[in-house]
Design a protein around this ligand. Structure first.
Ligand code: SAM
Length: 244
């Protein structure tokens, strides 16, 4: 089954950065959905934790379905956790543009001592919370669901995270400076914040903005063979470092 996000009526062409809303046509998966479709729920297999159960809902936009970048990041975190079980112990972790909540949920399941914030725009908070509940990570667990609109002051989420996660957040040009601002806010100069950034090759202009504040490197220590598979889908996994 291929799940197609509902498009906005005024979305225009996928390259029209002046459109009032992002166009989701350019984002619609061209592959079969990689998770196992159930009636209204999908399961994402991440080695080391129970399958992540996800309700999807294309109503709130592209974040309402799970994208391959999020699966790639979840599986990388799980692989790293197997190699270095202490890596995330006690960490404060913030996921940006979480959508269904997949990466945040997987991370909270992997490391119960970490405090994980899965964040997105207000319209996705209910879906993220529903998925947190579905995976037995209700309010009061180590997974916190919150609204965080890029570029806005960070109020509901810890301002200085140890780890920041962002999967498939580069697609709508007017949001690029907002995303860079939020990355800067969460990773202040002088703090050694780890930022993992999975992105699908779409827009190049973002990188010119990002490089004023961050350097980056390709994550090369993923599970053997994994990188070859996801780069064929146009996905890359990077680690960003705040410039001094
Ligand atoms: C392509 S989806 C990726 C969702 C999820 N990370 C995944 O990999 O499945 C992009 C996400 O970025 C979020 N997003 C876009 N603009 C945003 C903004 N200005 N503030 C916060 N989140 C935003 C969307 O709501 C959406 O959930």
């Amino acid at each position: 089954m291929t799940i197609q996000p509902r498009s906005r009526s005024n979305s225009g062409s996928s390259d029209d950065s002046n459109a009032a809303f992002p166009s989701f046509e350019a984002l619609a998966p061209t592959r079969e959905f990689t998770t196992t479709p159930l009636t209204a729920e999908n399961r994402v297999v991440v080695k080391g934790i129970p399958d992540v159960r996800l309700k999807v809902d294309a109503g709130p936009g592209c974040g309402g379905i799970a994208w391959l970048s999020g699966e790639v990041m979840s599986r990388y975190l799980a692989y790293r956790h197997r190699l270095e079980p202490h890596h995330l112990v006690g960490k404060t972790i913030v996921e940006l543009g979480s959508g269904t909540g997949l990466v945040g949920i997987a991370t909270a399941m992997l490391e119960p001592t970490a405090e994980v914030w899965a964040t997105d725009q207000d319209c996705l908070v209910d879906l993220m919370q529903a998925n947190a509940d579905l995976n037995l990570l209700p309010v009061g667990s180590n997974l916190h669901i919150g609204e965080l609109s890029w570029g806005e002051p960070i109020t509901h989420v810890p301002a200085a995270a140890d780890v920041v996660l962002a999967a498939d957040c580069v697609y709508f040009e007017p949001a690029f400076p907002l995303l860079v601002q939020t990355l800067c806010d969460l990773a202040p100069v002088g703090k050694d914040t780890e930022i993992l950034f999975a992105w699908k090759k779409r827009r190049k202009r973002f990188w010119a903005m990002l490089k004023k504040h961050f350097d980056w490197e390709v994550v090369m220590d993923d599970e053997p063979g994994a990188r070859e598979v996801y780069t064929r889908e146009g996905i890359n996994l990077l680690r960003l470092h705040r410039r001094r």
